[in-house]
Design a protein around this ligand. Structure first.
Ligand code: CA
Length: 242
């Protein structure tokens, strides 16, 4: 029913790296229900062996593994494969998350996370990785994007929140549409500047100002975010309110 995931091919081959038996079973059940094929291991060394022998579309990597530190495991994975990696961490440590994103993680989830969150991030990460091989899919008309109560129609350049039309400037619309196309994904500021402003450099204030205008129109504030979340020093993400 969720139109935002419609553009994602239904099946992905996923490697779950998780030593907690309970979390692992829940993940496998959810992923299998969503018709993904799943292999799972409980240690970093097994994970390295898996990616060396099989091709995966996505790896979900727990940071607290018994044999190797998660950051270490990520580095070793990156040494042999560029498969998209979503970090699953119980630690909500901003500095570490920034480091891991810089070290090649594609996204992260803070435990405990909901099935909806996992699905949203998987879809976004898969769309990005699959799109990158075919010119980012820019040639095909993009469907209407739906994130929670937010609807963004890139072709008509119209946006609605809970059924009410949003009156946005061109830049605000571009910013919203770009983020809505990647729900749940932290978009680095540099990428926003490049994609929305078509600038390879610029000051953060440009983004901050537009974000605050957009926030006001969405009826939220930085202190009380609903859809728009700013991760200081990292970037911005848009996701449905919990
Ligand atoms: Ca663990």
């Amino acid at each position: 029913m969720s139109p935002e995931w419609r553009t994602v091919p239904p099946m992905a081959s996923v490697l779950v790296v998780e030593d907690d038996q309970f979390v692992r079973s829940a993940l496998i059940r959810h992923l299998t229900d969503a018709s993904h094929t799943v292999r799972s291991v409980g240690t970093a060394l097994e994970a390295l062996r898996e990616v060396a022998h099989f091709r995966f579309d996505l790896v979900i990597l727990d940071l607290g593994l018994p044999d190797l530190d998660g950051a270490e495991a990520l580095k070793m994975l990156r040494g042999i494969t560029d498969v998209p990696v979503i970090i699953a961490t119980a630690r909500d440590d901003e500095a570490e998350i920034v480091r891991l994103l810089n070290d090649g993680a594609d996204d992260y989830l803070t435990k405990p996370f909901s099935v909806e969150h996992l699905s949203a991030r998987m879809a976004a990460v898969l769309r990005r990785s699959r799109g990158s091989g075919s010119g980012n899919g820019e040639a095909t008309p993009r469907p209407v994007l739906q994130v929670g109560g937010l609807t963004v129609d890139p072709l008509r350049r119209q946006a609605q929140l809970d059924g009410a039309r949003l009156d946005l400037t061109r830049r605000e619309f571009d910013l919203l549409a770009f983020l809505a196309g990647r729900p749940g994904v932290v978009v680095p500021r540099k990428e926003l500047l490049a994609e929305v402003w078509q600038q390879s450099y610029g000051d953060d204030q440009t983004i901050d100002v537009h974000l605050s205008w957009l926030r006001r129109k969405l009826g939220e504030t930085a202190a009380n975010p609903r859809y728009l979340h700013t991760l200081r020093g990292v970037g911005v993400k848009l996701e449905p309110p919990l």
